[in-house]
Each structure stands twice: as C-alpha cells, then as structure tokens.
Design a protein around this ligand. Structure first.
Ligand code: GLC
Ligand code: GLC
Length: 814
C-alpha cells in the first residue's frame, strides 16, 4: 500500500494521506539554520547545533510522535469552527490533503469546509530564518470571514537543559513584542547574544507569548482555548513557556485568495551592541529589522524560493542518469543525492530517531558520508575534512565524535574505536579523486585542536595508518579497541551493569581481541595512501605502505579465513567470532563485503566463495542481514550486538549501511545481476508499494530493516541519517553504473545487469561535463570506449584540452 506518489518532474514526494505509518519528514535549510518538518507540520528548528542552539521546542517520546511544530489554525469566525490545514494538531476530516516534500521545502495543504489552504515552508539560502507562506482561497459561494492563528513554542536554547532543568527554566523565559513581531530573548540578559523572532506580514489582531494563555489550562495544541474563543490575550511571557502566536483576520470573497507570511528566525548581535539604548535591557533590533522587512515581502520570498530551487538543480546536475530502472533513476537523480546532503549537514545528530541532544558529528560517519556528497559541494567537503582531521589525536587515533558548534572532540565519548583513523584516509582519497586538489595535503592541521601542533594533512594520514601497526594483536590482526565499524561488537566491554554505555565502557585494556574488518579497511586505506605517496614522489613511503598492506593481506588469508567465508574477529579469549565453530553468529556480512571491496581474495577464489556464502546464508528478499544465526541471548564477551532481540539493529537486522559493500564486492567479481538485485532489494523507491510494512519514508534510506529473525521482518527504522545514503549512492553510481573518479581521471567501467540494453549519464567532473552513453553488445563486462568519436585504450577517460567543457563518451559492453 502507498501513502502518496513520486512526482519526479517536480522532484517531490507527494503524500496524500496524513496518517502515514510514521511521521514522514523533510529537512529545511542546508547551511546554518535547519528545521525538521513532518508531513503534518510537526518538528523543530535550530541554528547550527541541534543541542546547543535549539530555536523551537520539541518533546521527545511524544504521542503522537511528531506533535509540536509549525502549526497554523484557521477559524471560521461566523461558525466558530477551527481546524489545521496540515491535519495536526486538530486532526479534522480534511479533503484533498497533500504534503509535498521537495528539495529544501515542504508544502502542506488541504481543503476544509470550502476553504483551501496550504503553507510553503522553506529556509532561504544564506539566511538564518524560515518562511511559512500561507495561501488561503475561499471556494464557497459566499464571502468567508476567517482568522488565521500562527503558533510556535520556543526552546530555551540548550535542548537538553530545556527538557530537564525546570526549576530554573520556569523562571527565565523572556520576550519582547514590537510592531507585531515577537522576540524570544531568554538568557539574552546574560551570556547570550542571540535571540529568535516570529514575525507576520499582516496587521495582527493581537498576540500571545505565554503558552498557558494560548492553549489554556489542561489543554494541548489540538484545542487551544484562545483559538476556540476567537481571541488572543496579548500575554507577555515572564518565565514558564514562551511561545509565539499571532492572529490575522481574513475577509475572502468567493474564489478570492489571500496570502500571509510568517517568519521564524535566529539572529545574533555583536556582544558590545546587544542593547538599544546601550544602557537598557532592550534588544538591539537595528540589524534584524531589515532582514524581517525583506522576507515579509512577497517578491523577495518568491525570489528566495526560486534561488533555492536553482541551488538544488545545480547540485543534482552533477550526476544525472537514465537507466532502464525508474527506481535507480529516481534515487540517483534526486533522492539519494538529496539524502547525502542531509547526512553531510546533520551527520547523525537530528532526525526523528536521532534526538539532536545526543551525538555530535561522527569521525567515521562523516568521512564515509563524504563519499556521497563530495561531488556536489567539494569546497565544503574540504572544510569538513580539515575539521575532522583537527580532532585527530597525536597517536593517530581520533575522537569518535566532535561538536559542530565548537568543532572540538567530544570527551564524553572519547576515542579508541580502532577503525576510526582509516576513514580519514578513505575520505581524503575520495576528495582527491573527485577534485584533483592536491593542495589539501599540505594544509597545516593541528592534533586535538591544540595550537602549535599543526602538521600537514598528509602527516595525519600517515599517523592514521601507523596507528594500526602500533596496535596489532596475537594473530597479527588489528586490535579492535572499543569497536570497529560495528559499534555494537564490543569485545573489551564485558558490561554487566545496567545503563552502562557499551561504547564508552571498557573493562579490559584489550590486548587480545582483533578485528578482521579493520584489517580489510587497513588494506583499502593503505593502498590509497601508497598511491597518494607515490603521486607525491615519496616512492619509499609508498613501497613501505604496500609492503604492510601485502603483509596484512597474507594475515587475513591465513588467520581471517574460515573455509567458506571471512571470519569477523577474535574475541578477548582469542576465540573466533563469525566462524562455523561458533554456536551463533557464524557468518557476518561486514568482512565478506569489505575484504572483497578491498581486493582481498579476488585472485584465489575466496572472494567468489565469500559472495556465494552471503547469497546462501545472509540474503533475504528485504536485504542482506548482518549475521547469522542471530544471537539468542546476551553474550558478555560480545557486548551490545547481543543485547538486541534477534533480527533488530546489529543483531541480524538488515543494517543497510553495509549492503552496498556486498554490491560493490559483487561488481568486483563481475556479477552485475546480483549487485543490482541487492541494490533493488533495499531501494526505498522500489519498496514504496509495501509502505505499510516498510513504514519509513519511501524516498530515503533507513538505517535498518528488520531481519528475518524478527517478528516484523521487512519493517524499516531510523530513516535519514545513516551511512546507507552515501554508500548506496557510491555503490550504484561508481561501481554498478561504473562512473568512477580516480586519481587519473574519470573511469567508466559499468557492471550492470545482463538484461540492460544500456544507459545514459551526464557527469560533471573537474569542471567538464561528460556525456556518457553505454550500449550492451554482449553479456559480459568488457568495456570499449570512444571519446569524442575516437576509440580510446583503457577505461579512464583523459581530461580534455584546456577550454573544452564537454566530452562525449560512448561505451560498449561486451
Ligand atoms: C551507526 C553508527 C556508525 C556505525 C554503525 C554500525 O550507524 O553511526 O558509526 O558504524 O551504526 O554499528
Ligand atoms: C548504538 C546503535 C549503533 C550506533 C551506536 C553509536 O549502539 O545500535 O547503531 O552505531 O549506538 O551511537
């Protein structure tokens, strides 16, 4: 069953039923000011950091889940009836409800009692504010006399404090109201120099800023007393819960349309110009007023909306494909690229599954996310790499996370996730291949943000590599530390105390437990580093790296192979994890995908065997599960992985992040049919017809789909912020379609299904547009290229002569 449809032409998903199985959300903003918005207008906004600069309030674990948001009420002032055009919070029986989630904007509307109303929500580029543009049309045969009520609940900035520290919070709320604009200025009197505002384009009939005055005692947002009564009381919040609410009257003749703009924004003043007059406690509004005036103007709002559309058109134009499969086209051309930008902006911080008060930016996560967005925003990728590298520790290890606002490593989570440092090499290599900007390697970057410790970025990569060599275990494999990519395989944790964090509690100093996954990652990253060294003329270093890589490959072959598949790890007792010998957890996906992806076993049949084992033991119709058999009980020596009921999350769930590793591995062994088949199984668009089972948004990937051991096999959870976005984009564009940036130039080497007659693509690469047409003439993966009509040796297209902006590439597959 579907709850809407894809409008590919407008690059929108159109939801036609408000009660989707879960809130289906979108993101507003793509630079500094962000909002989450559900299909019924629920959600919240923040400036840069979802924890430290929360603009509007959101209650966790709410019922319904997305309650609290950007709510507009319409009231028929003759009958007294009122409703929300976005369905929530009043939940009237609306006609023609639609929510159009587009790129950076959402339009929600409906018709009720002859009145059509829809709101367009978006954040203009380069501004720290959001626009709610409401359009109301009277479809009755008689004039209508209506009132519009806006509402927003302010957060007292630190979202964690806001949800916990009531003894203080109930006394600190402060607002100012001037010319119909409501200013939220809690804590501005002391150490903050930022405030929020809520403005309206029309003359208002009153306002409310104290929540209880608006909703009334013992009521909620679904039936605010002020709206029911038809009158706001001009309440001024002193403490308690500051909100913003306006009332605007609309007189509409038959078929007449009128519009109202509401603006919710964030603004900073220089610390020495906080007040006006300077000796007062009154907000200085000199610099904010022009911004407000501008965006209360319809022409400026139109222009800003158009600019936003062009911005997204520009980003998506970097890679457009036309394949025989609508789901591939839609995801590559629109939604997967869009989701990659969301993971770039949010990392794992703020969604309806990530609270925004928990995690900062993950070191490994952000480096992997780069694989999905570097081609769209290379300059911002550069900045992200340098920020990440600056949190690296002198040992080569890394803080597992850092806070986006401070850009400092997060001490609560600490380090010792022994895979982390290698992802920096992977990220930097992807950046170099995309941009050819070798200057980044010479950028001075500190360790642990300590002034004076700056070294060229290249040295950071060297330390990343060395980090593992300094930490080898009894079998010569890398020690795992707190965890490797699988945060839940905690082989040194041994936690028996409720509430302890599996990630940050380490009860053993861990000189035994080893990770075959890190070994594979080391091989992949080591090869990249060797190539980087060689190209910088450091031949000796390159050779040393390659020698270490070769040694590690041998070790994996000798110590990390189980006969039919790659082992996963050795635990703290030196016992195998992910082996036939184990009672449960005999085979894991990560090492099958990643060893092959790193090239291990391609020449000795192990790669093929590992792929067969995945197909036999792990592949399901809903995707490939993480391991089998699922752990049926808690294993002290394995940690969080065995804490989950079978089939969920890392305990034999379909953890979508790693499925693309197998897709890529299948292309490495030349099996395009299988690579594509795995791709299609978890493609959200392809799963749209089973939305009642899948439950999450059909336009973005979710972190997890319940595995076959779960009672809810096929049900997705944790949509949006997941490494799945970048890895799927990377797998399908670079390995299945085979359009792959390399150090040398753009390589084109598709491994697509045998049944595909061909496909077309345009790819903007280092300032040149490559128009690519692939035609199948045989069943294999042999590639023959013609570049601008001339046959070309090999699979890497050369850079065109200076000044040439377009290149035509004809590819024949035999
Ligand atoms: C989550 C984490 C990621 C980790 C994965 C597997 O997605 O953000 O860092 O690799 O889980 O445990
Ligand atoms: C939990 C999650 C895992 C995530 C980790 C770190 O363990 O299951 O997916 O990687 O937390 O936040």
């Amino acid at each position: 069953m579907r709850y809407g449809y894809f409008d590919d032409k407008n690059r929108e998903y159109v939801i036609t039923q408000p009660d989707t199985p879960l809130p289906w959300i979108n993101y507003l903003g793509c630079q500094a000011y962000f909002g989450i918005i559900s299909n019924t207008a629920g959600g919240y906004s923040f400036y840069r950091d979802a924890r430290l600069r929360r603009v509007s309030r959101y209650r966790y674990n709410n019922v319904p889940y997305d309650l609290g948001g950007r709510y507009i009420y319409l009231r028929d002032d003759e009958s007294g009836e009122f409703w929300s055009p976005s369905w929530q919070p009043t939940r009237n029986d609306l006609e023609d409800y639609t929510c159009r989630h587009g790129l950076g904007y959402t339009i929600i509307g409906s018709r009720y009692s002859g009145i059509e109303a829809h709101s367009t929500y978006f954040v203009p580029l380069d501004e720290d504010l959001e626009i709610w543009r409401l359009t109301v049309t009277n479809r009755r045969s008689k004039p209508a006399s209506l009132s519009v009520y806006s509402s927003i609940e302010f957060c007292l900035w630190d979202a964690n404090d806001d949800a916990t520290n009531f003894q203080r919070n109930f006394s600190i709320g402060e607002v100012e109201i001037e010319d119909g604009t409501i200013y939220h200025k809690t804590e501005y009197r002391e150490r903050r120099n930022h405030f929020a505002y809520f403005a309206c384009s029309r003359k208002t009939e009153g306002f409310d800023t104290q929540r209880e005055a608006f909703v009334g005692p013992y009521r909620g947002w679904e039936k605010p007393l002020a709206v029911e009564r038809g009158k706001l009381s001009n309440s001024v919040a002193h403490g308690w819960a500051p909100i913003g609410a306006h009332r605007v009257k609309l007189q509409l003749g038959p078929d007449e349309t009128q519009e109202v703009i509401f603006l919710l924004g964030y603004h900073e003043n220089p610390p020495e110009q906080k007040f006006d007059p300077p000796a007062s406690q009154t907000l200085n509004k000199k610099t904010v007023k022009p911004v407000i005036a501008k965006y209360l103007n319809f022409a400026d709002v139109d222009a800003a909306f158009e600019k936003l559309r062009q911005y997204w058109d520009g980003l998506l134009a970097v890679c457009q494909v036309e394949t025989p499969d609508v789901h591939t086209n839609r995801m590559v051309n629109i939604w997967n690229a869009y989701q990659c930008m969301a993971t770039f902006n949010m990392s794992r911080s703020a969604s309806f599954y990530e609270s925004g008060i928990g995690r900062g930016l993950g070191f490994r996560d952000s480096n992997q996310d780069l694989l999905g967005f570097v081609q769209m925003v290379p300059a911002r990728a550069r900045e992200r790499i340098l920020d990440l590298a600056a949190t690296q520790l002198p040992s080569g290890g890394a803080y597992h996370q850092y806070q986006p606002l401070t850009k400092r490593g997060n001490n609560d989570v600490g380090s010792n996730f022994n895979d982390d440092p290698h992802w920096l090499i992977v990220g930097v290599a992807a950046y170099l291949k995309e941009t050819g900007d070798w200057s980044i390697l010479d950028e001075p970057v500190p360790y642990d943000n300590a002034p004076g410790s700056e070294q060229p970025l290249y040295e950071h990569l060297q330390r990343s590599f060395q980090y593992t060599l300094d930490r080898l275990g009894p079998h010569g494999l890398p020690l795992i530390g707190r965890a490797d990519w699988n945060d839940c395989l905690n082989l040194n944790c041994f936690s028996d105390t409720p509430g302890q964090s599996f990630q940050t509690t380490t009860n053993k100093d861990g000189k035994v437990a080893e990770s075959v996954f890190i070994a594979a990652l080391f091989v992949l990253a080591g090869r990249e580093l060797a190539e980087i060294a060689r190209r910088r003329g450091r031949t000796d270093e390159a050779q040393r790296y390659l020698a270490e890589v070769a040694r590690m490959e041998d070790t994996v072959r000798e110590q990390g192979w189980d006969g039919e598949w790659f082992l996963r790890a050795y635990d703290d007792f030196g016992r195998k994890v992910g082996s036939k010998e184990c009672a449960e957890g005999k085979i894991f996906i990560e090492t099958q995908g990643f060893c092959v992806l790193a090239g291990i076993g391609l020449d000795d049949g192990r790669a093929q065997a590992a792929m067969e084992s995945v197909a036999k033991h792990l592949a399901t119709g809903h995707g490939i599960i993480l391991q089998q058999p699922a752990y049926s009980r808690y294993y002290l020596e394995l940690g969080e992985i065995s804490s989950y009921p079978p089939g969920y999350k890392e305990n034999a769930g379909i953890f979508c992040h790693n499925n693309p590793w197998v897709m890529i591995a299948e292309t490495q062994v030349g099996n395009g049919d299988r690579a594509y088949d795995y791709y299609a199984r978890i493609n959200p668009s392809a799963r749209e017809p089973i939305s009642e089972l899948h439950r999450c948004e059909p336009y973005v990937y979710a972190q997890m789909i319940a595995g076959r051991d779960a009672p809810t096999h096929g049900e997705a959870k944790n949509s949006w912020l997941t490494g799945t976005a970048a890895w799927n984009y990377y797998a399908v564009t670079q390995w299945i379609l085979g359009i792959r940036p390399t150090f040398e130039g753009l390589e084109i080497r598709p491994v697509v299904p045998k049944g595909w007659r061909g496909f077309k693509a345009t790819r903007l690469f280092r300032g040149v547009t490559y128009n690519i047409a692939v035609t199948r003439e045989g069943e294999g993966n042999q590639v023959a290229l013609k570049v601008d009509g001339e046959p070309w040796e090999g699979t890497v297209v050369p850079a065109p002569v200076e000044g040439q902006r377009e290149v035509t590439v004809e590819v024949t597959l035999k």
